[in-house]
Design a protein around this ligand. Structure first.
Ligand SMILES: [Zn+2]
Length: 257
């Protein structure tokens, strides 16, 4: 789960009263805590506010006692922290020219998409190139974000190949979950701005591979075969959906008048 503007994100969730499926309860608690944090007030007020807000979401299977420690710890950490920028508020995540060159030096699209995604994540994490995942599910999400579909054996093969060619490094515990990459210099020119943390692999293909574009609607990559494809913003499916929508609209317009 990668949110560029956490403050805006949590504000919208609190207003809507609906918890999006893809955010974990733990992350949600952290964001609510930051949103209502007020150094001048008693920490217990914050704890009670978070508990109340969590209950208002009516999350299926949510049991408050299981999160009581998490809520308490989150609040204590906030009061202990000296940082003023509590939220991650990014307009975009930059990929620099040199990083793009590294990506382009790779032998195939799969590795390119994956490496491009690693650059985006590492820059987002802002911890010296480290991308740390708790479990294999976390790692799978990285592959998903990169639009790389492979069996787990093949995923490990890909990682190992990048590792043996020096593109990625592993942490002390060699379990593929702690990956480090060499981020480029931030003085360098920006080659691409990631503003949507979805389909990052396809964003790479759509923007940098000759003869490809990315569907504006669903993010799928579109191969440009004919001249016509070159001017289209949407993939075949989305184009079809749009056309249906348009004809429906014009139909209703025609019966209204
Ligand atoms: Zn589409």
């Amino acid at each position: 789960m990668y949110i560029l503007n956490e403050k805006e994100y949590i504000r919208e969730i609190l207003v809507s009263g609906n918890k999006p499926d893809n955010i974990s309860n733990g992350y949600l608690i952290t964001l609510i805590a930051k949103y209502y944090f007020d150094r001048g007030k008693d920490p217990n007020i914050l704890i009670d506010t978070i508990k109340a807000k969590m209950l208002e979401f009516n999350i299926e299977g949510y049991q408050e006692y299981r999160y009581a420690n998490k809520i308490k710890k989150t609040c204590i950490d906030l009061y202990d922290s000296e940082s003023k920028n509590l939220f991650r508020e990014l307009e975009y995540v930059p990929i620099y020219e040199k990083e793009l060159k590294v990506v382009e030096s790779l032998p195939n699209d799969r590795q390119k998409k994956f490496m491009f995604t690693l650059f985006a994540i590492a820059r987002y994490m802002n911890s010296e190139g480290w991308i740390n995942k708790k479990d294999s599910k976390g790692l799978s999400e990285v592959f998903k974000l990169a639009n790389v579909t492979l069996s787990s054996d093949k995923k490990n093969e890909l990682l190992h190949e990048l590792y043996s060619n020096g593109y990625i490094h592993f942490g002390k515990k060699v379990n593929n979950l702690n990956i480090k990459i060499d981020l480029g210099d931030t003085d360098d020119d920006i080659a691409y701005k990631v503003t949507q943390f979805e389909n990052i692999g396809n964003q790479y293909i759509g923007n940098f591979k000759k003869g490809y574009k990315q569907c504006k609607q669903c993010g799928k990559k579109i191969k440009i075969v004919s001249k016509n494809d070159g001017s289209s913003l949407y993939c075949k499916k989305c184009k079809h959906d749009k056309q249906l929508e348009w004809s429906k609209k014009s139909y209703y317009k025609s019966i209204e008048t």
